[in-house]
Design a protein around this ligand. Structure first.
Ligand SMILES: Cc1ncc(COP(=O)(O)O)c(C=O)c1O
Length: 396
């Protein structure tokens, strides 16, 4: 059996998404900016895709959604664009973010630090979420941007976006949120949330890879970083990725249609997996079930190096993760576990299991069985754990 439980890294393309993309590779392959029919015959599908994106996050007609190549690009654009708009000219010199952001945010901020920008990395509580008071205290007249994620990629914890946005409005600071792990898992409504900028990537919600977007609220300008042929109203130059945009639009439509399924059915499977794994002694999961995206578990199984568990799971055909996808080849501790204050040996035991609407009950049952066996095997050879074998027998 092959079981894919690494959906926070990337997801399968929904077959309905794939089907809508196919004609735009070999039949309707024109450049949308060309004046002939090869170009113009792509326009209806592009319009439809953009409408679906606007509807999916409840953006208004006068807001902008600019198609990018991925969330990493969108995030870098906001953070570096704000530098050119509000910091370079000497107006401001400070950005606020959190310690548990994706490396796209952290590294873009580190880059600006080298240029002299001050960055506050807000700490998180034991659930892996920032406290509103610390945000409020960190903002000053110098602050040019607050960038806080909507949902965390490791823990699935959903941040108090409306409260964060209220604080930003009070201090008149633009608010960017990285919603890469939120879209398709929890409702994302830019009006209700009151955000100014929002980043996303299609492949996290059953769309294709290499395509993403940046929402920009009406009135919030941002310098373009990609100069050239003035596509996307001059905001982001470069020939449009027509199949990608068509696929992202369909994926967004399906993501919204499936939100109830995520909230009920995916969550039920996730909770079952979690409840069974928590029967293993000396385990804990970061964050409460209700405040997490319905698909994610970050579990620590004491005494078992995350990579060793991944190895056993992989041998049994199960894909999971120990940390963010970019870092998963290195034997590193989980950065969010470190940020919540877990001891170094516990931070090395993190195992992330992330489901999707394509995950089945059989796959979950199989995974529980394999993890139980792996725990027995690995804890007997663990140098940091004294093994009590009877927990498993008592369950059978
Ligand atoms: C929260 C979050 N932000 C940003 C990204 C970057 O997405 P991409 O690699 O598609 O640019 C990821 C990917 O894992 C993510 O989980």
């Amino acid at each position: 059996m092959r079981v894919y439980l690494d959906n926070n890294a990337t997801t399968i393309v929904d077959p309905f998404v794939y089907k809508e993309m196919v004609p735009y590779f070999c039949e309707k392959y024109g450049n949308p900016n060309s004046l002939h029919e090869f170009g113009s015959e792509t326009h209806p599908a592009l319009r439809c895709a953009m409408d679906r994106l606007y509807a999916g996050i409840n953006a208004a007609d006068n807001d902008d959604i600019v198609v990018t190549s991925c969330a990493t690009e969108s995030i870098n654009w906001v953070i570096k664009g704000i530098y050119f708009d509000r910091i370079f000219n000497g107006d401001k010199n400070h950005i606020v973010t959190s310690e548990v952001e994706h490396p796209a945010v952290i590294q873009a901020c580190r880059f600006l630090e080298k240029l002299g920008v001050k960055v506050t990395y807000l700490p998180v509580n034991s659930d892996g979420v920032i406290e509103i008071d610390t945000l409020e205290e960190s903002i000053s007249d110098e602050t040019a941007l607050v960038s806080i994620m909507w949902a965390n990629n490791e823990t699935g914890m959903v941040f108090p976006i409306e409260e964060i946005s209220r604080v930003c409005k009070k201090h008149d600071v633009p608010f960017h949120t990285d919603a890469t792990q939120a879209i398709g898992k929890v409702p994302v409504d830019v009006v209700k949330a009151g955000v100014d900028y929002l980043s996303f990537s299609a492949h996290k919600f059953h769309g294709p890879k290499g395509i993403g977007g940046l929402y920009i609220k009406e009135g919030r300008v941002i310098s373009s970083l990609l100069s050239g042929g003035e596509q996307m109203d001059g905001l982001r130059s470069g020939t449009l990725n027509v199949p990608g945009i068509v696929g992202m639009g369909k994926a967004m439509e399906l993501a919204v249609e499936n939100l109830d399924f995520e909230k009920n059915d995916v969550k039920k499977l996730r909770d079952r997996l979690e409840d069974e794994l928590l029967k293993i002694p000396d385990t804990f999961v970061v964050g409460t079930k209700e405040q997490r995206t319905p698909n994610t578990i970050l579990i620590s199984i004491k005494g078992i190096e995350g990579e060793a568990m991944l190895w056993d799971l992989n041998k049994a055909g199960i894909a999971a993760s120990t940390g963010s996808a970019c870092a998963s080849e290195a034997l590193e501790s989980n950065p969010v576990m470190e940020a919540i204050g877990a001891e170094a040996d516990l931070a090395h035991t993190a195992l992330r299991l992330s489901l999707s609407r394509f995950t089945t009950k059989e796959e979950i049952d199989y995974t529980i069985d394999i993890i139980y066996k792996a725990v027995e095997r690995l804890r007997t050879i663990s140098s940091t754990f004294s093994y009590a074998p009877d927990w498993h027998e008592s369950k059978l």
